[in-house]
Design a protein around this ligand. Structure first.
Ligand SMILES: C[S@@+](CC[C@H](N)C(=O)[O-])C[C@H]1O[C@@H](n2cnc3c(N)ncnc32)[C@H](O)[C@@H]1O
Length: 179
């Protein structure tokens, strides 16, 4: 069975090409940014930690198609253009302070604004980690927001392992089907 993050990448790959514009809303160590930079024309990489931005720059140093933004993804629409793919890989950097984790209000603001920026056929993937208190709260917030999204504009899918212990990650997929 395809694991959660791998499935998130597979979904993005199926929606992106070398003309695409994408956003990594939480660049962290740069794995997701690197993945997007290999496929897309342009990638915007957000993070609130300068350490994360610098790690991502180092990881992606061979790629010139990335713009780094040291700011919260609640300001995602500041980039001022439509996009084809977005990833929110929530949580914290495993090696860094767990207090610098994504939080419910900014996550909901970022996802709400981000999906409005999608071109038709574009996709936003959100990887949620409900195994810790703030992650559980974020996941509950997503489960309040996402089922209410207009089905004529977006298709929304939840992908999760339902027989695993310890609250495994959950993938949400939001695809824009009309403008
Ligand atoms: C699980 S890590 C992301 C993993 C990363 N995408 C990778 O490939 O290595 C979560 C990241 O979200 C960042 N973050 C937390 N709150 C944020 C916010 N409001 N806006 C943008 N980034 C945020 C953290 O600093 C951390 O680097």
């Amino acid at each position: 069975m395809e694991k959660i993050l791998s499935m998130a990448h597979t979904i993005l790959k199926n929606h992106l090409n070398n003309n695409s514009i994408a956003i990594d809303a939480t660049c962290g160590k740069g794995n997701d940014t690197l993945f997007l930079a290999k496929i897309c024309k342009k990638v915007y990489a957000f993070d609130i930690q300068i350490d994360a931005i610098n790690m991502t720059k180092e990881r992606c140093k061979e790629y010139q198609n990335i713009e780094y933004l040291l700011k919260s993804h609640e300001y995602i629409s500041d980039i001022g253009e439509k996009v084809d793919g977005i990833i929110f890989n929530l949580g914290y950097l495993p090696t860094k302070s767990h207090t610098l984790t994504t939080l419910l209000p900014s996550t909901i603001a970022g996802v709400t604004k981000g999906i409005k920026m999608l071109n038709k056929g574009g996709v936003c993937v959100v990887v949620a980690y409900p195994g810790c208190p703030s992650g559980r709260e974020e996941n509950e917030g997503l489960m309040e927001l996402l089922p209410g999204i207009d089905q004529h504009e977006f298709e929304v899918v939840k992908y999760e392992f339902i027989n695993q212990v310890n609250d495994p990650p959950i993938l949400y997929i939001i695809e824009r089907i009309s403008l």
